[in-house]
Ligand binder design. Structure first.
Ligand SMILES: Cc1cc2nc3c(=O)[nH]c(=O)nc-3n(C[C@H](O)[C@H](O)[C@H](O)COP(=O)(O)OP(=O)(O)OC[C@H]3O[C@@H](n4cnc5c(N)ncnc54)[C@H](O)[C@@H]3O)c2cc1C
Length: 460
């Protein structure tokens, strides 16, 4: 198709990170293409990543989370946003989407030349009795964040239980602590933070304990029990344990929202998310997908993975937009799985594979762990950074890195991410010319200390 044909129409399903990035990229590259965004919710283009800080009141007003309102999208970018409009079905052979106006109940159709599915992810809703009680919340959308903040303002809960010790659960544990609640985190598995190594989770658990947050692992929730219509306590381990609470946040993971895609005959990949090629096209012509509803290639394992992150959604969305204008012009190669989070006073980050994942994929993996200071010892301040490197014993390449510390973690992880992207060996990592000045790093940066210890281990 000629990329500059008049009156082409690009329809986007989902108006947050991936969807709005694609819509904006199309308009930037070819303003003549008509762009319509269908969003079933009440908001578009907002930072879900900032929700914990909005609820804790570090960010006062929900409007600070919004990058673009529907009105701004229309006026400044000529993007038509159909708010509270849900795509109900896609008819690929007719290039048509059936849409429900959730406000009026009216049913409509919209035709497209190109379509993008950016339907995101949905929080996993474990089938636990009582999960529908009014003070049991999930956190995903801006509307969820506003509801939780309002609930806290009107009910002043004193105790909170967080179900799930992943990064969103722990961010919410921090939020509730900041708001003065007594917080317990209940984690089904034997470890918090997914597959992170024990050295790192020990540092995180020590910080949580220091902040007064209780963590209970290896626990099975039986039910959320009501007292006067609200969840008053949680039963666990076949009634052997119970936890009193005034507020519950369930954060046990996200699954890709693929019902619409499946209904249209779009191929779903081995991870359960939409399969796309490097140009982010699905198996159907003129239908793209990206963001939390799609799977990605993990550049370290070479396998497909489901790693729903805002950074990926934004990049993929832009690539879809550019490909809509000039088909095949851009590719999304994949991810190395880089993520960072703040857990109370700690910065926690990871990239690449954990030891558990590396072993699962058959790598001959080993680890080294070091602790080194974030600044020169002559300079005041500074604090320890713990780093674990996951290394391939055969080809000596870096497979992954995990870090935790009070400062200097969040951006140092990007050195390891860059090394992974370029398939560097630990020796090459040890030879990097990294910056040094006492206020920012010791002369041997913790990254170089870890790499040197890695080199030693692999050569011994
Ligand atoms: C509390 C929290 C903290 C996070 N922190 C980070 C972080 O620090 N760093 C990071 O990288 N990522 C973070 N994330 C993840 C990040 O927010 C997501 O990866 C990102 O929002 C994904 O964008 P998306 O556009 O793919 O999907 P979504 O943001 O899920 O948006 C999809 C949209 O599609 C709409 N939709 C779905 N189906 C339909 C339909 N049929 N018709 C019309 N509309 C539809 C939905 O209503 C939704 O608005 C965090 C997420 C949460 C919840």
């Amino acid at each position: 198709m000629n990329s500059k044909t008049q009156n082409r129409r690009f329809v986007v399903i989902g108006g947050v990170a991936a969807g709005m990035s694609a819509a904006s990229a199309v308009k930037r590259d070819d303003p003549s293409i008509e762009v319509i965004v269908l969003e079933k919710g009440e908001f578009i283009s907002y930072s879900a990543c900032s929700l914990p800080y909005f609820i804790s009141d570090v960010i006062k007003d929900y409007r600070q989370l919004i990058a673009l309102t529907p009105e701004q999208a229309r006026q400044e970018r000529q993007i038509a946003v159909w708010l509270k409009h849900e795509a109900m079905a896609i008819y690929p052979e007719k290039h048509l989407v059936a849409v429900l106006d959730r406000e009026t109940g009216a049913e409509k159709t919209v035709t497209y030349d190109d379509l993008m599915i950016a339907s995101g992810g949905t929080p996993i809703n474990p089938p636990i009795p009582g999960i529908d009680l009014p003070n049991v919340f999930q956190i995903r959308t801006l509307s969820d964040g506003i509801t939780i903040k309002q609930y806290i303002a009107t009910h002043a809960p004193k105790k909170a239980v967080i179900i799930g010790g992943g990064y969103i659960g722990l961010e919410m544990a921090e939020t509730c602590t900041v708001l003065g609640m007594e917080v317990t985190v209940l984690e089904k598995l034997g470890n918090i933070m997914g597959t992170m190594g024990n050295e790192m989770t020990a540092v995180i658990e020590a910080e949580l304990k220091h902040q007064g947050i209780r963590v209970v692992k290896d626990i099975d929730i039986d039910s959320f029990e009501a007292i006067e219509g609200q969840c008053g306590y949680i039963l666990a381990d076949k009634g052997k344990q119970h936890f009193e609470t005034d507020l519950v946040i369930v954060a046990v993971g996200v699954r890709p929202e693929v019902a619409l895609a499946k209904g249209a005959g779009i191929a779903i990949g081995e991870t359960g998310a939409i399969a796309v090629d490097a140009t982010l096209r699905t198996n159907l012509d003129h239908i793209y997908a990206s963001g939390d509803c799609t799977e990605v290639t993990h550049l370290v394992s070479g396998k497909k993975a489901y790693i729903p992150l805002g950074t990926t959604a934004n990049k993929q969305g832009r690539i879809v937009g550019r490909n809509v204008v000039n088909p095949g012009c851009c590719q999304f190669k994949g991810v190395v799985g880089t993520a960072v989070t703040k857990i109370c006073d700690l910065e926690v980050a990871r990239t690449g594979l954990s030891l558990m994942e590396a072993k699962r994929f058959g790598f001959p993996a080993t680890t080294v762990t070091i602790t080194a200071k974030s600044r020169a010892s002559s300079y005041p301040g500074g604090s320890p950074i713990t780093i674990t490197l996951i290394l391939d014993q055969t080809n000596q390449e870096l497979l992954g890195a995990e870090m935790a510390g009070k400062e200097g973690v969040a951006k140092r992880i990007d050195i390891f991410a860059t090394a992974l992207y370029n398939q560097m060996t630990v020796q090459e990592l040890a030879e990097l010319d990294l910056s040094y000045a006492p206020p920012f790093a010791p002369v041997w940066d913790p990254v170089l200390v870890a790499a040197n210890v890695g080199v030693k281990k692999l050569s011994s």
